[in-house]
Design a protein around this ligand. Structure first.
Ligand code: G6P
Length: 600
């Protein structure tokens, strides 16, 4: 889940590389480095810490090279440190390498190289790559042959960029199970793990498939997994990069919370025209043949899946289950051609979700992905893609992408129900209410100063609880995750009725418990559970669309129960945000996390 970027051209490379790294920082931010080819040698500058720290130690006047590679790291093998930071080199400084992914056989390769007399300076898996290249180079005296032999030896996932004074004016590129794009600009050729890193320099992109590699000099030469030269067409991508400005907000997260009504509106654009809205059509006969739907995702996307399941089961009456992507493959899932598998991923790059999709496809299921990132890896694997159109989401903690994912899941449920002719009047009503949501969301957002007052009461608590039933429980889960991610306060989400089977033992005088009540059928029951915690000393904060008396109430507008998560989550996002800000934390880049998780 590290970010990588490279440049070959006539201009000074270091500024472009640092610019690229900054846009990739959401992929990881515990150490960073650059390597440049200059004076027939490789110059490496790297350190622990964020890119701002790297910038402070760069001597721009001395870094004149026009070919270079760079990396921002999210540690997997080895602590964040200068030695473990990329780029890595072989002892003769013939090769500098940046790598995103995990080499599963690195210990085997390392032992082999140690037995050949090579030494290592880092604890990383990635360092075997330059050293293996050097080993093969000494035998072959040919850089390209050494590169090919090295790639053949690697097992696991990788996106790799290599520079070498033995092959001046060139970057070697390879990809397997980690994202990589190449862009042709006016001033040179770029390679990066994500489009945003290089979109300000080019709109023309080439996408490598797994097992492919490329040699970039004045031109780009592409090779298949057998190293046969292949032709690739470029794709033109138009992105509105103004969307990645903070627009006067202190953080991306706050900006993205405010953007949620527009994100949902954009997602639902065309809902009245199913085929236009989905950009593909599912066959009625096929839908009738489905016995079960699986929704597979990680983190916040999985929480959106839970709300989606609720909608599909309620209005389409098709049995639906939600699985965490990292577990899906190990459950011997009962999936075949009568299963529709839906994979939700904001980034479209989450390794576990993509691996689960590949398995579902192998088992014969049709696969549909809901993602926010155009041309992301998952879109190239899935049979069908629905884009959420939430716009770029930069803050690590997902907000507007979640809202859009939920909106799309409900819209998909509506689409399936319409096609199957199920619950027509109810479906028409839900559709109407779904389209009304953006203006109701604005009303919830406008009350954010009320949420600040509530957050201030919780800044120094150790634990927080979130409870609800039905769809309200799904909101509890997402609210609790937001809090953990950015405020580092321990929290638990529980089905309100399940609390008394254990976790209630943790409730003591002054413990804050968020209750979420938006389903009139369930309100009395959840209220009883809130009474149970109150009588054990808890302070209750109630998020509700009903007229209920409680010490602290966050009122939200009424809507259909299938849609209420879209309104109920907003105050909880704000509370998490305000607590984190009050604690002086970096809300956009919380510790230990990364936005795009490309390792399993
Ligand atoms: C990471 C992010 C989460 C996100 C999850 C799934 O853990 O920090 O915010 O929900 O990955 O990401 P995806 O891109 O697949 O939605």
């Amino acid at each position: 889940m590290c970010g990588i970027v490279g440049f070959v051209g006539k201009d000074n490379a270091v500024h472009k590389l640092i610019h690229g790294l900054k846009t990739l920082e959401y992929r990881g931010y515990d150490s960073a480095g650059v390597a440049l080819l200059q004076d027939n040698d490789i110059t490496v500058v790297k350190d622990k810490g964020r890119i701002a720290n790297l910038e402070n130690i760069l001597n721009y006047e001395e870094l004149t090279g026009t070919i270079g590679i760079a990396h921002t790291r999210w540690a997997t093998h080895g602590i964040p440190s200068k030695d473990n930071a990329h780029p890595h080199m072989d002892p003769h400084h013939h090769f500098a390498v940046v790598h995103n992914g995990i080499l599963e056989n690195y210990l085997e390769l390392k032992d082999f190289l140690l037995s050949k007399g090579y030494s290592f300076v880092s604890e990383t898996d990635s360092e075997v790559i330059p050293i293996l290249m050097e080993y093969y180079y000494e035998q072959e005296k040919d850089v390209l042959k050494a590169f090919k032999k090295t790639l053949k030896d690697l097992r696991g996932s990788y996106a790799i960029l290599v520079i070498s004074p033995l092959l001046p004016n060139t970057i070697l590129v390879a990809k397997k199970n980690s994202p990589l794009v190449i862009g042709k600009g006016k001033d040179g050729i770029y390679a990066a793990s994500d489009i945003p890193a290089i979109i300000s320099y080019t709109k023309d992109f080439y996408f490598l498939e797994d097992g492919e590699s490329a040699v970039i000099d004045d031109e780009i030469h592409f090779y298949d997994s057998e190293f046969k030269e292949i032709h690739k067409d470029s794709k033109t991508i138009h992105w509105d990069m103004s969307a990645i400005d903070k627009n006067g907000f202190p953080d991306y997260m706050l900006k993205e919370i405010h953007e949620q009504p527009d994100a949902l509106k954009n997602s639902l654009n065309g809902l009245d025209h199913p085929v236009g809205f989905l950009n593909f059509s599912l066959d009625k006969k096929y839908l009738e043949s489905i016995r079960e739907i699986y929704i597979v995702a990680c983190g916040t996307a999985m929480h959106a899946g839970l709300v989606g399941r609720y909608a599909i089961e309620q209005i389409c009456r098709i049995p639906t289950r939600v699985e965490v992507a990292s577990e899906f493959r190990y459950q011997n899932p009962i999936v075949d051609e009568h299963t529709l598998c839906i994979f939700i991923s904001q980034s479209g790059e989450t390794a576990d979700t993509i691996a689960a999709l590949k398995l579902a496809k192998k088992l014969g299921a049709k696969t549909l992905t809901i993602t926010n990132v155009f041309e992301s890896s998952i879109t190239r694997e899935a049979d069908y893609t629905i884009y959420t159109h939430a716009g770029p989401e930069i803050a690590v903690a997902s907000t507007k992408a979640y809202i859009s994912q939920v909106g799309m899941m409900v819209a998909l449920a509506i689409y399936i129900a319409e096609l199957l002719g199920k619950n027509q009047s109810e479906v028409a009503q839900i559709k109407k209410e779904l389209l009304e949501l953006p203006s109701l969301m604005k009303q919830v957002i406008d009350k954010n100063q009320e949420y600040l007052k509530i957050a201030k009461k919780m800044v120094s608590v150790q634990d927080l609880f979130y409870i609800g039933r039905g769809n309200d429980y799904h909101v509890a889960m997402e609210g609790s995750l937001k809090l953990k991610e950015i405020s580092y306060i321990h929290s638990e989400a529980y089905q309100a009725g399940e609390l008394k089977h254990g976790p209630i033992a943790l409730i003591e005088d002054g413990t804050f418990v968020f209750g979420i009540i938006t389903d009139p059928k369930l309100s009395e029951k959840t209220l009883s559970n809130l009474e149970e915690v109150k009588s054990r000393g808890a302070n209750v904060v109630l998020v509700t669309n009903e007229d209920i008396k409680e010490d602290i109430v966050i009122p939200i507008p009424k809507t259909n129960t299938l849609l209420s998560p879209i309104l109920a989550i907003i105050p909880l996002q704000f509370v998490a945000y305000f607590i984190a800000k009050e604690k002086g934390l970096d809300v956009d880049k919380p510790r230990n996390l990364a936005k795009s998780v490309t390792v399993e």
